[in-house]
Design a protein around this ligand. Structure first.
Ligand code: ZN
Ligand code: ZN
Length: 335
């Protein structure tokens, strides 16, 4: 049997077109232009934050659990569903960087502090970029009282965890799943790339997650450019979603400027709205903004764009919503 098309000579590739991660020369050109023009602009208003409802988050367990999503910041979301506490791409550190003294610094503290989290059952890691896979956060979670969570990671990343003494890890290829306490969790394609060092481009896989619990179906995109992957995902899971698509999709809406550099790897708000439509998600939450200044748009530009474009499409606020950092949205149960 020949290997899947996205496996290429010990590396991985995206589904649509031959994806080339940007070169060092292009990176320098982007950074030079941004510095010359003074980008990104300062935000016009503070990023909304609120104190998390810790009483609710800790009591929201067991058979009476109500599906809920809480935005911790960036792509970190506490998802409570199927009786489980899931955490996406946990980063609680001061910087999204291999270095403690350099690299993008947090603009606001996590909406829920590490020590205030309820016991996490599983962590979904979308890929190995520093703003999504943060070693100190993973270590702290592995040391949580009562035992560490299960880390679900894309192909090639299990070794990275094992080498760092984190043993409870399952790695998945696209469309493979792992079932935890009756909740089925799939890794699904996204258009992105991977690297942590100088010589590991595309050597570990990246992706999103589709989570199927009886009371809630959740999608988490990780980082992605716009592609046909989201139509494929809807088609693949159509039989589970006869009553409509995912109950909630966690979609990135930030880190998209300049387009010539970012378009293939990070969607802008317009494309995030297309993903929402491609998935036929019942509602989406905009994440991956407001936390680290990574790109040329102002930190508070994505929600302004979302409000404008949502209105232009005639979409209700609840169809593609935002939360303050620390905020929780409770969701209706599927059954
Ligand atoms: Zn990334
Ligand atoms: Zn990212």
């Amino acid at each position: 049997m020949s290997p899947p098309a996205h496996h290429r000579d010990g590396r991985f590739q995206n589904n649509d077109g031959d994806f080339e991660a940007k070169s060092l020369a292009e990176l320098i050109r982007w950074r030079w232009n941004a510095a010359r023009r003074g980008l990104p602009p300062r935000p016009q208003a503070p990023i909304p934050t609120q104190a998390a409802d810790l009483g609710f988050l800790h009591a929201n367990a067991g058979p009476a659990q109500q599906p809920a999503v809480t935005w911790v910041g960036h792509a970190t979301v506490l998802a409570q569903l199927g009786g489980l506490n899931l955490l996406t791409d946990p980063i609680f550190s001061e910087r999204a960087s291999p270095l403690s003294f350099a690299g993008p610094r947090r603009e606001q503290p996590p909406g829920v502090a590490l020590q205030d989290l309820p016991t996490i059952d599983a962590v979904l890691v979308s890929h190995n970029h520093y703003d999504h896979l943060d070693l100190p956060s993973c270590r702290a979670l592995a040391d949580q009282p009562g035992g560490g969570p299960l880390f679900l990671v894309p192909l090639g990343l299990q070794k990275w965890f094992h080498q760092r003494g984190l043993r409870r890890v399952v790695e998945l290829d696209w469309w493979q799943s792992h079932t935890l306490a009756g909740v089925e969790i799939f890794l699904v394609p996204a258009q992105h790339w991977s690297a942590r060092g100088l010589n590991d481009r595309m050597k570990t896989l990246w992706g999103g997650f589709a989570v199927f619990a009886p009371d809630c179906q959740l999608f988490f995109a990780g980082d992605t450019g716009y592609s046909r992957d989201f139509t494929r995902i809807r088609e693949r899971f159509a039989d589970r979603q006869a009553d409509g698509g995912f109950d909630v999709a966690l979609l990135p809406i930030g880190a998209y400027e300049p387009r010539w550099f970012m378009k293939e790897q990070h969607v802008n708000v317009e494309e995030a709205l297309k993903i929402h439509a491609d998935l036929a998600a019942k509602r989406s939450l905009g994440v991956h903004w407001g936390t680290f200044e990574l790109t040329d748009e102002a930190l508070d530009e994505p929600p302004r764009q979302l409000a404008l474009q949502r209105a232009a499409l005639g979409l209700a606020e609840d169809a593609f919503f935002m939360l303050p950092i620390g905020g929780t949205r409770r969701l209706p149960r599927r059954r």
